[in-house]
Design a protein around this ligand. Structure first.
Ligand code: URA
Length: 233
C-alpha cells in the first residue's frame, strides 16, 4: 500500500510539485475514478492511469540492448526473432521499445515497461539525440554535411527533416546525429545522394551510450543516472 502522490513521483520520476499539479488538473485516475487527493492509498492491485494512459505498478524495468543484425524491433513477428526473444522471460512482461531499428541495423535499443518513460525518449518535440555510425557504398563528402544540416525534404510525409549533424570519419564511414526518428530516416537521407547505407549502428540515444561491454544480443539494466537522463515529464 502506498499513497498515490508517492507512487506517481517514483513511477514517473516526477517532482512533488509536478505530481500536485497533475492531480489538481484531474489527470490521474485510480480504478476508473478521478483522484485529486495525493494522500489516497493505492495498492499493487489498483489500476492507475495518467491522461488515460495506464501506468504499470509492478517493478519498473529499464534495459539497454545491443541489437544484432537480423532481429526485428517488435514484440512479435511471424518469421524473425524479435528483440523481446533476447530478454529473459521473467523481464518480458509489459516490455516495449523506446524507438525501433531496422532489421539489419545494430546497436542501442532501449526497452522498458514504463510507458511514460518510453514516450519521453521517443517524443520528437523533446529532441532526444540519436547517434548513428553509418557505412555507405559511395564516399561521403562535405556536401552531405551541408545538406543534412539544412534538412532534406521527404515528399511522402511532406516534411523537411530537422537539422542533422554529420561527422566524416573515413571516406565511407560517418557519424550522423539526428534529433528525430522518421521512418528509415538515415537510409533515406543518404538516399538523397543515391548512396546506399551498407551498415548502420546506433551508438547513443540522448545521454545513454551503448555499453561497450555488451556483445551483440546482450543487454543490461540501465543505471539510475541513465534512467533520469531522459528528463522528466
Ligand atoms: N534510420 C534508418 O534508416 N534505419 C534505422 O534502423 C534507424 C534509423
Amino acid at each position: 500500500v502506498m499513497r498515490i502522490n508517492r507512487l506517481l513521483r517514483s513511477q514517473c520520476s516526477l517532482s512533488r510539485k509536478a505530481v500536485r499539479s497533475l492531480l489538481a488538473e484531474g489527470r490521474v485516475e485510480v480504478d476508473g475514478c478521478r483522484v485529486m487527493d495525493g494522500e489516497q492509498h493505492v495498492t499493487s492491485f489498483s489500476t492507475i492511469s495518467l491522461d488515460g494512459e495506464l501506468l504499470q505498478t509492478g517493478k519498473p524495468c529499464y534495459l539497454m540492448l545491443n541489437k544484432p543484425a537480423g532481429i526485428v524491433s517488435a514484440t512479435q513477428h511471424p518469421q524473425h526473432s524479435t528483440v523481446i526473444d533476447l530478454i529473459a522471460p521473467e523481464l518480458r512482461e509489459g516490455l516495449h521499445l523506446a524507438g525501433r531499428l531496422d532489421l539489419n541495423t545494430t546497436g542501442l535499443v532501449l526497452l522498458s515497461n514504463d510507458g511514460l518513460w518510453t514516450k519521453r525518449v521517443t517524443r520528437p518535440e523533446l529532441k532526444v539525440d540519436k547517434v548513428y555510425l553509418v557505412e555507405t557504398e559511395q564516399p561521403v563528402t562535405q556536401k552531405y554535411v551541408e545538406i543534412f544540416s539544412q534538412g532534406i525534404y521527404f515528399s511522402f510525409e511532406d516534411l523537411t527533416t530537422a537539422p542533422a549533424t554529420l561527422q566524416l570519419l573515413e571516406s565511407h564511414r560517418s557519424r550522423l546525429t539526428l534529433s528525430e526518428g522518421r521512418y528509415h530516416q538515415v537510409k533515406r537521407m543518404f538516399g538523397y545522394f543515391d548512396n546506399r547505407v551498407t551498415a548502420l549502428h546506433r551508438e547513443r540515444v540522448g545521454a545513454i551510450v551503448l555499453d561497450p561491454q555488451l556483445s551483440p544480443g546482450e543487454y543490461r539494466f540501465l543505471t539510475d543516472a541513465e534512467i533520469v537522463s531522459v528528463g522528466v515529464l
